[in-house]
Write a protein that binds this ligand. Structure first.
Ligand code: AMP
Ligand code: ZN
Length: 115
């Protein structure tokens, strides 16, 4: 999508240090980290939010959760200590970038309920 920040990052138009990349997603460090480890997993394909997943995105959704989240957690050495996976959605959900992204946060104890 033309004016989308995460399309530009995922497409390489805005330089970024990917800690992971494959054919369908990139992952990079959040610019304003909320934990010692704070990674964003971003599909290369533009999808506005989790409620905009389509039937033919099932493989992508599964890939993110079955392959990428566990791999990154292991690589970041937060798989044993624990971590949090967050998808903010819409205005009240706290979504500020309207290109679907999965936050992976770890390296500290998380509180509940979230703010
Ligand atoms: P959300 O509020 O769930 O939409 O998350 C958007 C996240 O993107 C926030 O945590 C921001 O800190 C992060 N962010 C915004 N711009 C950048 C950027 N250029 N590089 C890395 N992370 C960014
Ligand atoms: Zn986008």
């Amino acid at each position: 999508m033309a004016d989308c920040l995460f399309c530009k990052i995922a497409g390489g138009e805005i330089p970024s240090n990917f800690i992971y990349e494959d054919e369908s997603v990139v992952a990079f460090r959040d610019i304003n980290p909320q934990a010692p480890q704070h990674i964003l997993i971003v599909p290369k394909k533009h999808i506005d939010s989790v409620k905009d997943f389509q039937q033919d995105d099932k493989e992508l959704a599964a890939h993110i959760f079955v392959d990428v989240v566990p791999k990154l957690a292991k690589d970041l050495q937060i798989d044993e200590s624990g971590f949090r996976v967050v998808i903010n959605t819409g205005e009240e959900g706290g979504q500020t970038v309207n290109h679907l992204h999965v936050h992976v946060l770890g390296g500290r104890s998380m509180q509940w309920p979230p703010g």
